[in-house]
Design a protein. Structure first.
Length: 250
């Protein structure tokens, strides 16, 4: 059966996360239901990475094997037709070799975390940003955040329920920028621990508010203890941005 690579955008608010779960509708289940409606088969949609309940995606990547040789554009349009009732959009479909795997072939993943930094709460972006009222110093957040770049034990920024074998990861890039009222945290790495990005965002918020210094962030990292890491940023500000593959960019 031909294998298709899907590039997917979704609003994570209505879902229990990417992965199928017994306690509610997941993005994966909605996609697999769409595949069943299109091809009349039960197929597994394999994602490049899991997202938690409330986390969004601009460029999540998945793959699925389909029992028909339709052109990629037809696959895209058919799946989107079956997804109309959900805030999910298949942005692009590409036929790939059978050795391509959305998760295991991935070489790099990137996320962006959005903070609306103003006194007034969001209206249009409610559920899509973390609203922080006090002024944040984005430059200080960026400077301190460089402490986290590189190869480290990220136990301080790891969720207790994280199933990764090791807390050691390599963070390739971290950048904090301000665009008007919005502060954005961009991160790039091959893989991340559960809640790592949200926990780093929570710690950097403390830096932005002047409650922590760069030295405080260094001590938190060195502690290798989640209790030393500050708050966990809420899921609604986090976006799965893109995935890079050896021969495929998404």
């Amino acid at each position: 059966m031909p294998r298709f690579k899907l590039t997917i955008e979704y609003d994570g608010g209505p879902f229990v996360g990417w992965q199928r779960q017994a306690n509610g509708l997941s993005v994966q289940e909605a996609l697999e239901t769409a595949v069943a409606g299109y091809c009349q088969v039960d197929a597994v949609v394999h994602g490049s990475g899991r997202t938690d309940s409330g986390v969004h995606a601009l460029g999540q990547v998945a793959h699925v094997d389909l029992p028909r040789h339709d052109p990629p554009a037809r696959v895209r349009d058919a799946l989107n037709a079956h997804l109309r009732k959900h805030p999910i959009s298949i942005r692009d479909v590409e036929q790939v070799d059978e050795d391509f795997h959305a998760r295991f072939s991935a070489r790099e993943r990137s996320y962006v975390y959005r903070i609306l930094n103003r006194r007034s709460p969001p209206a249009l972006d409610a559920g899509r940003v973390w609203w922080v009222g006090p002024d944040l110093d984005a430059a200080a957040m960026h400077a301190a955040g460089q402490i986290l770049v590189g190869h480290h034990d990220f136990s301080t920024f790891r969720a207790k329920e994280c199933q990764a074998r090791s807390p050691v990861k390599t963070l390739d890039e971290l950048a904090v920028t301000r665009e008007g009222e919005e502060v954005r945290l961009f991160v790039r790495a091959r893989s991340f621990l559960h809640h790592q990005v949200r926990n780093m965002a929570g710690a950097l918020k403390l830096v932005g508010e002047g409650k922590w210094t760069a030295d405080d962030l260094q001590r938190a990292l060195d502690a290798r203890n989640r209790a030393a890491g500050g708050p966990t940023a809420p899921p609604q500000g986090l976006y799965f941005l893109s995935v890079r593959y050896p021969e495929h960019d998404a």
